[in-house]
Design a protein around this ligand. Structure first.
Ligand code: SF4
Length: 343
């Protein structure tokens, strides 16, 4: 893998719970509790998991939308989690975000031209007004919107078109990394696919790195290089896409994958229905955080917390099953490979 553009080391974000407005801290929400990963230049990493697992908090922590509790965030070799806000500005330009809701992300009182010109001006990227106009036109081309639409207002566009404008705004700053936080979740199915294709094309054309945060494994399957699966504030599995979809090494990933539709007629994965709800991040279970819902949990799981470790080349999982003999490990081998032969 080439040099990482982003490194996240043992990131923690614990939100204090206060008793009343002026009250003291009565506990913490362990939203992110020791998360590490890196993204190479030009790579897409997808961070997936159910809502409340901490994935969006990871994105916001990288963007310095709040201070982190512990750990490090390193952008292109420079630590940014402890950088004073005054010196953070040039680094901010290098990582841009596209949020879920294109309706609230755009100022309704600005025409598209101004929405796109704003970041270019803010970061001093245009040489003169002709250059500014050229850049705005280029951005419209990039996101496949007609150039003459720059004179229109956000409300004149559909949801998918507005998300294209949000993407163009993110690109206007000439970032190295784009964080897409549930960027297609609010869109209709067909529009979702178009935006995913657009992001995929842009990623290739511009050599961008992307952190794609999503609850939907089916969506990330088409656009990612690697996948990191989060459960209750921790990453439980990281692997290249093909490996993860062909042979998940964590029971939680296996359950998530079982819900992803298989396109081949006649092929089917057995649906694994997890029992119970995700436990509260205020009081995560002892041992493996997934043991209250895991179909394979055994005694050790209730005591020892499994660490993320390599099960095969580039494939990491945090599960005690991999310490058992292969014959006793239901996740040993390439189960499911038959049904994902199209990948
Ligand atoms: Fe399940 Fe135990 Fe593995 Fe946790 S460590 S995922 S409870 S088998």
């Amino acid at each position: 893998m080439s040099t990482p553009i982003l490194e996240v080391n043992d990131l923690k974000k614990h939100f204090p719970i206060r008793a009343g407005f002026f009250g003291g801290t009565t506990g913490y929400v362990y939203a992110v509790d020791g998360v590490s990963f890196s993204i190479a230049k030009g790579e897409t990493l997808s961070l997936v998991g159910e809502s409340g697992c901490g994935k969006s908090t990871v994105g916001k922590a990288i963007l310095r939308l709040f201070d982190i509790t512990a750990g490090q965030v390193v952008l292109d070799g420079q630590r940014i989690d402890d950088m004073p806000y005054g010196t953070l500005r040039p680094m901010r330009r290098r990582m841009q975000v596209v949020f879920q809701d294109p309706f609230s992300s755009l100022n309704p009182r600005m025409r598209v031209r101004d929405l796109l010109a704003e970041p270019i001006r803010n970061f001093g990227l245009a040489k003169d007004s002709a250059d500014l106009e050229r850049r705005v036109g280029d951005l419209m081309d990039r996101v496949r919107l007609p150039r003459d639409a720059v004179n229109r207002w956000p409300h004149e566009f559909s949801g998918g078109q507005r998300q294209r404008i949000c993407i163009a705004r993110a690109l206007a700053a000439e970032p190295d990394l784009i964080i897409c936080d549930e960027a297609v979740s609010a869109l209709d199915v067909s529009v979702k696919a178009q935006i995913v294709n657009l992001l995929q094309d842009l990623q290739k054309e511009l050599g961008l790195a992307m952190l794609f945060i999503s609850h939907d494994l089916a969506i990330v399957e088409h656009m990612t290089h690697r996948v990191a699966v989060m459960y209750l504030g921790k990453i439980v599995e990281v692997a290249p896409k093909r490996q993860l979809f062909a042979a998940p090494k964590h029971p939680y990933t296996e359950a998530l994958l079982s819900a992803v539709p298989v396109p081949e007629p006649g092929a089917a994965r057995e649906r694994i229905i997890l029992k119970g709800d995700v436990p509260s991040p205020i009081k995560p279970p002892k041992g493996c955080r997934f043991h209250t819902r895991c179909p394979y949990a055994f005694d050790r799981c209730r005591q020892d917390e499994p660490q993320l470790r390599q099960t095969e080349d580039g494939h990491f999982a945090a599960c005690h099953l991999h310490d058992l003999p292969a014959a006793d490990n239901p996740l040993a081998g390439a189960r499911g490979a038959a049904v994902i032969a199209h990948h």
